[in-house]
Write a protein that binds this ligand. Structure first.
Ligand SMILES: Nc1ncnc2c1ncn2[C@@H]1O[C@H](COP(=O)(O)OP(=O)(O)OP(=O)(O)O)[C@@H](O)[C@H]1O
Length: 226
């Protein structure tokens, strides 16, 4: 489903690579935490998977596509096939919860009647039934992240990428968000999550890939933060 094959990424003007000969394979339905110190290269992996950047060497494969050599006109469609959740939620501030989720359907050309059926279902799934018409500023941080998760999941992506999704949330709210990601993973969606949150990693006991200075130093099934 996802493969990094001997991937090196050196940013322009950088003295040393941010990722150095990284090999990792993630199967369909896996749940993987990427952990490591600040600056170790975790977000660089997410950016490579989304084709926000290209590798300096090696191959990045997502959903059987060589992402590095993908033609630029294919990139928007490719990105829409991946669900994304970020630390800062990234909701549209002047759209309601319903509209934020419906927007993800609109951009792939789904009709409003599909949205009217599907969006309430997904908002219900993430525990926001009854709050469809709230704007982001009328929701708590945890609720905003639930909207972001609903938006990431509404197209039933094969892969969901989460970059520090609990970074702005308190411990209890973080656990609730993790329950949602776990539920989504159990529907067969591959989940790749970057995190600093040791409690979450230790509670979930899923695969842990640890990076240090751009290299994988540990890859452990049912791992702990360490
Ligand atoms: N656009 C860029 N240009 C030059 N260097 C960069 C760029 N983006 C990241 N880097 C460098 O690459 C290295 C890895 O950065 P990355 O953002 O992947 O780390 P991270 O593990 O996600 O860190 P954090 O946990 O702090 O978010 C760092 O040394 C960073 O300074």
């Amino acid at each position: 489903m996802i493969r990094l094959e001997r991937v090196t990424k050196t940013y322009p003007k950088a003295a040393r690579p941010s990722l150095d000969n990284v090999d990792v394979a993630i199967d369909k339905g896996d749940f993987v935490f990427f952990i490591g110190p600040s600056g170790s290269g975790k977000s660089t992996i997410i950016k490579l998977l989304l084709r926000e950047i290209t590798p300096t060497k090696g191959r990045v494969v997502v959903n059987n596509r060589d992402v590095g050599s993908m033609r630029s006109w294919r990139i928007p469609t490719f990105r829409r096939s991946i669900g994304c959740v970020f630390q800062d939620f990234r909701l549209l501030p002047n759209r309601t919860a319903y509209e934020n989720v419906a927007f993800a359907l609109e951009v792939i050309g789904r009709s409003q009647s599909v949205a009217r059926r599907v969006v309430p279902e997904v908002l219900e799934l993430v525990g926001l039934g009854g709050k469809e018409h709230r704007y982001p500023h009328e929701l708590s941080g945890g609720e905003q992240q639930r909207v972001a998760v609903a938006r990431a999941f509404v197209n039933r992506p094969l892969v969901l990428l989460a970059d520090e999704p609990t970074g702005n949330l308190d411990p209890d709210t973080s656990i609730e968000i993790m329950r949602l990601l776990d539920r989504i993973n159990r529907t067969g969606t591959t989940v790749v999550m970057v995190t600093h949150d040791s409690n979450i990693v230790n509670q979930m006991r899923r695969r842990v890939v640890e990076i240090e200075s751009g290299r994988i130093v540990r890859d452990q099934p049912r791992g702990v933060y360490g």
